[in-house]
Design a protein around this ligand. Structure first.
Ligand code: GCV
Length: 608
């Protein structure tokens, strides 16, 4: 089952020459009854325009615009229930709509929850053409146009960029090209040192020459490569700090090597002290990205994009928007999301991301970023995403990257209607379940924005003290009276990094939305929430509610008429989710009860 694509079965010839040809074949196969003429207008790029004149439809667009227009038309016709408007025009908000795979050459996937890599085996590129083609169609069908195939933690950097590996890279690029997808590769900052150069200093002439030759070699093999992606000076990866150079100097050197070929350098901003002493109260990890980068605004080359995670920590269930995304007005920036459910249930627990992304776009004006990226949630499982319903996150991400103004809840509803032949009532039930799933998960896991009470390293299941005395800067400091870290302007000062409107919203615990309360504030258990409950009671209530709602979700899912292969997987995972929710509920409640000594106001069972 390939989720929504099942609705558009097509057999494409082995050799496709262009996105335009793909568009024509897709349309002929999905809508043979419709008279559609394709008219290529190079100047329209990825945009398209549909004009209906009587029975005839003219689809105008640049080469990939025709492909995206074809999918729009196919969705519209397949869903039925309306007449195509006389005139539809659409163009993407962001020109780079990227997927980052964290796939390793040995075939494993870092934070992968859907099987092994679709691109690598045994240290080399190796793939099944049929599966790659479906993947490429999935990307095209939701407008994704850049695919970084290897992990940002580049463990074995040798082969991709060298003569030996390039013919395979070129063949893989050719598989994706007719679907409007360009490849990107993650590179290791110290790679010149594996080739006889004693340093990776970005100001060293030999290093610069090595990268220039490397870029030239790679672009000769793959002329439309989108560029390089780099994780530098982050979680042990090498980078320019070793040589006393700034990240602008480091990134610009690589950008210069890519410039002659039109390549982009995507530079991640996930830089923080990952060797922190838990006793150190001066360092506050969420401040790190701003502290490292804000002063470099305007110093990056024009083909550098800084890629910034949505929140200042690391893809927790609830984080405020990273202030860096709102700053650096003279720098190209990309938003990084994570489809892989690292902290959000490993594609075992149901977790539909649309409501979370809606909050991000509420606070992030569209013009602050020029590109968007997401860590992939796919692998070689038969259905690509492990949990069949996790496919909605890939689909929603793609359509939001095209137009972040669309209500993501509508995209979830579109996905359900495309994917399952349900009655309107069942569709409504499933959409409602999916849209509530993030909140349910949030309720039974770490409370009110505090994050991180998760099993260390694996990141599934509860362990409230697992990271508390560790090196990663992710502390909650719960004691007998209070919990949280004061990140206000009079606390660690993290809130000083925000524009006044957001800073003021969060600064005062009386105006700070409850769901962010413990992200920004240290509060006593007796703290009165806006609805009059105490903080400790709210923690207990959320956890009991989260578990109850998970059990209700299970009952509702059991009644839905999923096709058998999906049903088996969905129900089996739901069983595991119930177990997980119960563990979280009991462990977190017990943890706070043992510390605070406050019993539940409703006399429910909390273990001691
Ligand atoms: C690719 C987190 C994850 C790591 C990941 C890292 C990153 O720390 O746990 O697996 O590494 O983020 O985004 O670079």
């Amino acid at each position: 089952m390939n989720a929504w694509l099942n609705r558009f079965p097509v057999s494409l010839p082995e050799r496709l020459t262009s996105p335009e040809e793909t568009a024509a074949l897709e349309l002929r196969s999905a809508l043979p009854e419709l008279a559609v003429s394709l008219e290529k207008k190079e100047e329209m790029g990825e945009g398209f325009c549909l004009r209906r004149v009587g029975d005839r439809i003219r689809l105008l667009g640049g080469e990939t615009g025709l492909l995206y227009g074809a999918w729009f038309l196919m969705y519209f016709c397949r869903l039925g229930g309306g007449t195509l408007p006389d005139h539809v025009e659409s163009a993407p908000r962001y020109s780079l709509r990227m997927i980052n795979c964290w796939d390793n050459p040995d075939g494993t996937v870092e934070r992968g929850y859907a099987g092994m890599s679709l691109f690598f085996r045994g240290g080399r590129l190796a793939w099944d053409p049929a599966r790659i083609r479906t993947l490429a169609r999935m990307m095209a069908s939701c407008s994704l146009n850049v695919l970084c195939i290897n992990n940002v933690n580049v463990h074995d950097p040798a082969q991709l960029l060298l003569e030996d590996g390039l013919p395979d890279l070129a063949r893989l690029a050719a598989e994706f090209r007719p679907f409007g997808v360009r490849l990107m590769v993650s590179v290791d900052y110290s790679q010149p040192m594996r080739h006889g150069i004693p340093t990776a200093d970005p100001l060293d002439a030999q290093v610069q020459a090595w990268w220039q030759e490397t870029a030239a070699r790679v672009y000769r093999a793959v002329p439309d490569l989108a560029g390089f992606l780099v994780k530098a000076d982050s979680e042990g990866r090498p980078g320019p700090f070793t040589y006393g150079r700034s990240h602008a100097e480091g990134a610009n050197m690589l950008a210069e090597a890519l410039r002659p070929w039109g390549g982009m350098l995507v530079w991640r901003c996930f830089v923080y002290n990952c060797r922190q002493d838990w006793r150190d109260t001066e360092t506050d990890r969420p401040k790190a990205a701003w502290d490292h980068y804000a002063s470099l605004d305007g110093q990056f080359a024009d083909n550098v994009i800084l890629q910034i995670k949505n929140g200042p920590f690391d893809f927790q269930v609830r984080e405020p928007l990273s202030p860096l995304l709102l700053g650096m007005p003279n720098t190209h920036k990309a938003l990084e999301l994570q489809l892989a459910q690292e902290y959000t249930g490993h594609q075992i627990d149901l977790y539909t991301m649309a409501p979370m992304w809606q909050e991000i776009f509420r606070d992030l004006p569209e013009d602050r970023i020029m590109a968007i990226a997401a860590v992939s949630n796919w692998g070689d499982d038969a259905n690509y995403t492990g949990h069949p319903l996790a496919a909605v996150n890939l689909f929603t991400y793609g359509l939001l990257a095209w137009n972040p103004g669309v209500d993501p809840r509508e995209i979830v509803s579109l996905w359900v209607r495309l994917t399952y032949d349900f009655s309107p009532e069942d569709k409504g039930t499933l959409v409602a379940l999916m849209l509530s799933s993030r909140r349910v998960y949030e309720k039974y896991t770490a409370p009110l924005g505090i994050g991180w009470m998760v099993t260390p390293h694996d990141h599934y299941g509860p362990n409230p003290s697992g990271y508390e005395y560790d090196l990663w800067g992710t502390y909650h400091k719960a004691n007998r009276e209070a919990v949280g870290i004061d990140r206000t302007t009079s606390g660690t000062g993290y809130l000083d990094q925000y524009p006044p409107e957001l800073r003021d919203r969060y600064e005062n615990p009386r105006t700070c939305p409850d769901l962010y309360l413990l992200f920004f504030h240290r509060l006593p258990y007796a703290w009165r929430m806006k609805d009059g409950r105490t903080l400790i009671q709210r923690i207990y209530d959320d956890h009991f509610e989260g578990l109850r709602e998970t059990l209700e979700m299970q009952q509702k899912l059991q009644r839905l008429p999923f096709p058998e292969e999906d049903r088996n997987i969905i129900l089996e995972r739901m069983e595991r989710q119930v177990h997980n929710a119960r563990e979280w509920c009991d462990v977190i409640n017990t943890f706070f009860f043992r510390l605070s000594g406050v019993p539940d106001g409703h006399g429910r069972r909390i273990y001691d």
